[in-house]
Design a protein around this ligand. Sequence first.
Ligand code: 164
Ligand code: MG
Length: 369
Amino acid sequence: MKLKEIILRHLQMKMKFPFTTSFGTIQDKEFILVEVKDEEGRSGWGESVAFTSPTYNEETLKTNWHMIEDFLIPLLKGKEITHPDDVSAIFEPIRKNNMAKSAIEGAVWDLYAKREGVPLYQALGGENTTIDVGISIGIQDTVEDLLAIIKKHVEEGYKRIKVKIKPGWDVEVMREIRRSFPDIQLMADANSAYRLEDLPQLKKLDEFNLTMIEQPLASDDIVDHAVIQKELKTPVCLDESIHSYEDARKALQLGSCKIINIKIGRVGGLTESKRIHDLCKEHNIPVWCGGMIEAGVGRAHNVALTTLSNFTLPGDTAASSRYWEQDIITPEVTVQDGVIQVPDKPGIGYDIDLEAVKKFTLKEKVYSL
Ligand SMILES: O=C(O)CCC(=O)C1=CC=C[C@@H](O)[C@@H]1C(=O)O
Ligand SMILES: [Mg+2]
C-alpha cells in the first residue's frame, strides 16, 4: 500500500487526577494523535506516548512533531509498504526518536490490519482473546490515601497492583501495604530513583514477596542492574533501560533482569515489540505491557500486543475510565474483574470518536505524501 495522507493532531485531555512518580507529576495529558490514510481513504490510527517534558525519556511532544514532520514523513513519501514491518526499515536512517517512529508505525499497523480485514491482535500473531491486567498507582500524599486506592482497585478485580517507590517512600510503605493486603500480586516501580549504593535499602524489599522491582537504577543502565539482580531475591524488571531488541538481548546476556516491561513507544513500535517478545520467550523471560497514560488509541494498541503468548504477567493497561472522563474511542476500554475482552473487529478494534477527537484537538496539520 501507499500512504496518501498523514494527519497530526495535538490533543489535550484532562486527567481525573494527577499521576506522580519519582520523576514528576503528570496532570493534563497532551499528546500527538496520528492518522494515516491510504489511496482508498481508509484510516489507521496511532498515538505518541511522549510527554510534554523529557522526564521519562529524552523525547517530548514537540520533538516528536519535529521528527515526524521533518524526517519521518519525508522518508515515507512514495514508499510502497507491503507489510508494517517495512516502516521500521524505512525509518532506519533516523537515530532513536522511538516514540515518534512508533506513533506512525502503529497507525500503519492499524491501517494494514483494516485493509486485511483482520483484528490488529491477529495481524501481530496474538493468540488470546482476553487479557489479564493490573493497575499502576502513583505516589500519594499519605500511606492511608494509598491504601484506600489499593483497596478500591483490588475490589475492582485488577490482577496486580503496581506502586511507585523512591527513597523515603519504599520499605515502610510496602510494609503497610502487606499488612493490609498480604496476598495480592504486588510490585514496585522506582523509575530509576535509586543508585547502586542503595542496594542495602532495596534488599529490604525482599521481605515483601513482590512480583518484581521495576527499573530501580539509571534509565540507561544494564550493568549495575546485573549486579543488584544477583543480590536480590526479588526479580528486577527493566522498563526505561530497554530501548530495542539489542538492549534486551544484552540485558538477558548480562542477567540484568528477570522480567521486561514492553512499552510500544519506548522501543519504536509494534514490530520491535514483537521481536523483544519473541527473544524473551526463547529465554523464558516473561514480559508484560507497560502503560504511558495513553488515551484510547494507544490503549487499544497495548491491548492487541498483550495477546501475544509470552505476555504472561498482568500489564498496566487499565480501563479508559481510570484516567479519562471521556475517551477518544468507542466503546472505551473496559475491565471486568481484571480482564479485558479483546475486540475482534478489523484493526485496533475500537472506533474513533471523531467528535471527542475534535473537542480535544488544539492543533492539526495535514501532510500529503
Ligand atoms: O497507567 C499507566 O499508563 C501506567 C503509568 C505508569 O506507571 C507510568 C507511566 C509513565 C511513566 C512512568 O511514570 C510509569 C512507568 O514507568 O511505567
Ligand atoms: Mg516503569
